[in-house]
Design a protein around this ligand. Structure first.
Ligand code: GLN
Length: 198
């Protein structure tokens, strides 16, 4: 326990832009306390963070302008866990293509943005996360990135049609799909479990 809020069990949901509300709905279902993170002082109130889907380019602008990117890097340096979904996964990746763009560079993965093509802007697929659950789960993809490369320290926890869609590196978890948009609590519960051990 420390004075900077480590004793709190509150998940922050980055709410600069995008799909933050549905993560709140999912955390309510699970019974996990949460709050929105809109400004850098909010980090002192939380001990885990979700970066939602949305537009990674727009979020990057906020990162620079409000010092939010720096605050996220400091949060990770303190050993606190982050779960990035879709645009959030793009922001966590070390390398981003289509086009090349900046990122937080925290996970040793390469992602290609909008990589499923125009015709399938959105799709629902069945994916497998064998270490988490023994049946296929429904995964919603919306203008999703594809994980093209996974570094040696990254564990692939989920695949859909053979492609990695859920990956983990230490305290960081990234999904290219939107687990907050289905009724399946598996992925959020897994993240919160990680967070409770952190
Ligand atoms: N295509 C978006 C991006 O590149 C991500 C889409 C999403 O988060 N659903 O940022």
């Amino acid at each position: 326990m420390s004075k900077n809020g480590d004793h709190k069990n509150i998940t922050g949901i980055l709410a600069l832009q995008g799909d933050f509300a549905m993560h709140g709905r999912m955390l309510d279902r699970i019974g996990q306390p949460w709050r929105l993170v809109k400004h850098t002082p909010d980090f002192s109130e939380i001990n885990s963070l979700i970066i939602p889907g949305g537009e990674s380019t727009t979020m990057l602008k906020f990162f620079a302008g409000e010092g939010m990117g720096k605050a996220i890097l400091e949060f990770v340096a303190e050993g606190k866990p982050i779960f990035g979904t879709c645009a959030g996964a793009i922001l966590l990746a070390r390398e981003v293509s289509n086009p090349t763009q900046e990122s937080l560079g925290l996970m040793d993965i390469t992602v290609e943005r909008n990589a499923y093509g125009r015709q399938v802007d959105s799709s629902v697929r069945a994916g497998d996360c064998p270490e988490l659950v023994d049946h296929p789960i429904e995964m919603v993809f919306i203008r999703a990135p594809i994980i093209r490369r996974v570094g040696a320290r990254v564990r692939v926890l989920g695949r859909a049609e053979g492609v990695p869609v859920l990956v983990e590196q230490g305290n960081l978890l990234a999904a290219t799909f939107h687990p907050e948009l289905t009724e399946d609590e598996t992925i959020h519960r897994y993240f919160l479990e990680k967070a409770s051990h952190g």
